[in-house]
Design a protein. Structure first.
Length: 423
């Protein structure tokens, strides 16, 4: 097959219009918002840093004349008009929030690659039938307000916004209050309803794993996302004096939480190293060296690509915690339930063909990380484009990627969006 002819002329023109230096400059500028030592970023969802990043993105969009809209959970939509203004848009995007010790690319790359794709279309004089929108989904990370992928979950109607308004961060701040502040700061954006129709969705992201780098491929065509289960486990006991309370009589919430975590680790033990089990958040009350802890909250993050396995592991969490509560009480609250997702075969083919036509080596691979694309795939044909990241390091300040690879991903994205927006 002559791959050079397999792209529409306007799709190729948009891809060729991607400006590597402009994309890199913008990534660097965004990385200053919430910059932390070690080249990292701390930009929690709905924080002052998130608000500053949103304002910068809106400035860039308005300078191009793109429409700006925001929905009730703060998802931000930048719209490049199409020839048929009422046609359902093709969407791209990702997130601008980061982990507490996050990197410069997780999320923000997909947003800025999307913006770059729109600008490349402008500069190449491309007119699409459908509008094309870049979305910055609210709170993809869930690092401040669990769970993750909250904005896309609410947008597609998988959960109502009200289910999350009372979620509190580690400082006790209510999500509803942080959201109100964020929405007030973007008052110039048009209000947008949830669940508006989407023709197709393509998200660009760094791989966050080592496969592309190891295989010397530039483009990952993502086949799907593994299943996951999140829980909050709250253990309640009684505070007591560390020097006087007999150990046999204590109701030590941390001691029992540690026993629960050890049992969960056994549950998730996997000689094949496919199962992922993480306890990443622990809040201890009163958190004093000489008081027996009265209360512990810990998170559980379990992942597996196989439906039956993630089902089995998820179902075992509450009984195991109860079995190790001793004299404490325990409350187990599921906060996220995502079954394994397979992306649309047609979108994957389109991405693969686009990469080949642009002379970029690609491979198919699954995603270990979760992404907003998972929820979008419930409402429209969806795919993802991965680009390599150094040593696969992510959720870490040292996260790194090359300007050339990031631009290559944006080129494939631009071509894919033009193709989809003309269907
Ligand atoms: C998203 O960052 C995830 O936890 O996979
Ligand atoms: Mn991400
Ligand atoms: Mn992440």
């Amino acid at each position: 097959m002559n791959t050079t002819s397999s792209l529409r002329e306007d799709a190729r023109a948009a891809a060729d219009g991607i400006d590597e230096a402009r994309l890199w400059r913008r990534l660097a500028e965004m990385a200053q918002i919430g910059a932390i030592p070690g080249n990292g970023v701390n930009r929690p969802a709905l924080s002052p840093e998130d608000i500053t990043a949103r304002a910068l993105l809106i400035d860039w969009a308005q300078a191009r004349g793109y429409g700006v809209a925001v929905d009730g959970i703060g998802n931000l939509f930048l719209r490049r008009a199409g020839a048929e203004p009422d046609a359902a848009p093709v969407m791209t995007g990702s997130h601008m929030d980061s982990q507490p010790k996050g990197g410069r690319f997780d999320g923000i790359y997909g947003v800025l690659a999307g913006l770059e794709a729109l600008e490349a279309m402008d500069e190449a004089g491309v007119r699409t039938r459908r509008p094309v929108e870049v979305v910055a989904w609210t709170n993809e990370e869930g690092g401040r307000f669990p769970p993750c992928t909250m904005g896309s979950m609410v947008f597609v109607g998988a959960k109502p916004l009200e289910a999350f308004l009372d979620v509190r961060d580690n400082a006790g701040i209510r999500l509803g209050d942080a959201l109100a502040q964020t929405l007030a700061a973007t008052a110039q954006a048009q209000p947008r309803a949830f669940a508006t129709p989407v023709a197709a969705y393509v998200e660009a992201h760094i791989e966050q794993g080592p496969l592309l780098e190891r295989s010397a491929r530039t483009i990952g065509v993502v086949t799907g996302i593994q299943g996951m289960r999140w829980f909050n486990v709250e253990v309640s006991g009684e505070s007591a004096h560390a020097g006087t309370a007999p150990v046999s009589l204590r109701r030590d919430a941390l001691r029992e939480a540690v026993a629960m975590i050890a049992a969960l680790r056994e549950l998730a033990a996997d000689p094949g190293d496919v199962t992922r089990f993480t306890v990443g958040r622990v809040l201890v009350t009163p958190n004093s060296p000489n008081t027996v802890p009265s209360h512990v909250l810990f998170s559980v993050d379990l992942r597996h690509p196989d439906q039956a396995t993630i089902e089995r592991l998820g179902a075992a969490v509450e009984p195991l915690c109860r079995a190790h509560a001793a004299a404490c009480t325990v409350r187990v609250t599921p906060t996220l339930r995502d079954d394994p997702t397979r992306f649309d075969a047609g979108v994957a083919d389109l991405i693969e063909t686009g990469a080949a036509a642009l002379g970029l080596p690609s491979m198919r691979l699954p995603s270990g990380a979760s992404h907003d694309a998972m929820y979008l795939s419930r409402v429209c044909p969806t795919g993802m484009i991965f680009v390599p990241c150094e040593r696969g390091v992510s959720h870490n300040e040292a996260e790194n990627a090359t300007p050339a690879d990031l631009a290559a991903g944006a080129r494939v994205l631009a071509a894919s969006l033009v193709e989809l927006a003309n269907r």
